[in-house]
Ligand binder design. Structure first.
Ligand SMILES: C[S@@+](CC[C@H](N)C(=O)[O-])C[C@H]1O[C@@H](n2cnc3c(N)ncnc32)[C@H](O)[C@@H]1O
Length: 248
């Protein structure tokens, strides 16, 4: 009986491996077979391949990626998100809360990638849309991540709760990508940070102008010293832009 069960499990595992290989062969993402992935993602590559395959098969149908994204998922979404990880590690080097919040996670960017790359840090994904929250919970389960909590809420609601309950501001780092301009993001992210914490936002080329426009909101929400930094994605790929704001 036990032997029969083991044979069945082995058969299932082989079947899963074949399905994964066939999905990877049917997308034209040239990075699929590249050693770049392992050199950048290391131990996180296993769970992130699971995530990649789920996105490639279900992402478009579930409204999480566009039709043209399927062949550039690694570069456009996964490696782009992973570019914030060194900035987070640097920020959490100081003695402050080791928890991270990602607001407006959507399909999981950058939050799920951060959680896979930093398995010893607690990551809270804050996302208001129900169908995206369902997706995020499925991903956490299938990627076997044990360091993630998904909260269905707008960031302002979480901030309201923190203020009402008078608790200390809990996060050492807040991340986000493609959620809102800095004028809004300042009020949606900085109040979530503890003193000495850092906002690390993936931004487009207009990052400097956004910071200039939002200087009043940044100051009002306890932020200071906003900086625009270039974050390497991988050799031969265009770097991405990151905005970093310190919390007083
Ligand atoms: C354009 S999507 C970006 C998703 C993901 N970060 C990415 O880069 O692909 C913006 C996401 O922000 C969420 N969002 C909008 N307003 C929000 C708020 N006030 N607090 C938290 N999330 C919010 C939306 O539901 C949506 O999933």
């Amino acid at each position: 009986m036990v032997h029969g069960r083991l044979v069945q499990l082995k058969h299932n595992a082989e079947l899963c491996e074949k399905v994964v290989m066939s999905i990877e062969m049917h997308t034209d993402d040239e990075l699929n077979q590249s050693s770049i992935l392992e050199s950048i993602l290391g131990q996180a590559l296993g769970p992130l391949r699971t995530f990649y395959n789920k996105l490639a098969t279900e992402g478009e149908e579930r409204g999480l990626i566009g039709p043209r994204d399927v062949n550039i998922l690694w570069e456009r979404h996964i490696l782009n998100s992973a570019a914030v990880v060194p900035f987070i590690s640097e920020a959490l080097d100081a003695p402050r809360s080791h928890s991270i919040a990602d607001i407006g996670s959507g399909g999981g960017f950058p939050g799920l990638i951060v959680a896979a790359c930093l398995p010893d840090k607690d990551v809270t994904l804050i996302e208001p849309m129900e169908r995206r929250v369902i997706w995020l919970n499925e991903c956490v389960h299938e990627m076997e991540l044990t360091n993630v909590e998904v909260v269905r809420a707008r960031s302002e609601q979480v901030i309201g709760q923190i203020k009402r309950h008078g608790s200390v501001h809990p996060f050492g780092v807040v991340t986000c990508r493609a959620v809102a301009p800095m004028t809004k993001l300042a009020g949606w992210t900085l109040p979530l940070l503890q003193h000495g914490g850092r906002l690390i936002a993936l931004k487009g080329r207009s990052a400097s102008e956004e910071i200039a426009k939002a200087s009043k909101e940044i100051k009002k929400n306890g932020g200071f010293d906003p900086q625009v930094r270039q974050a390497p994605v991988a050799d031969g790929f265009e770097p991405t832009t990151v905005v970093i704001v310190e919390k007083r």
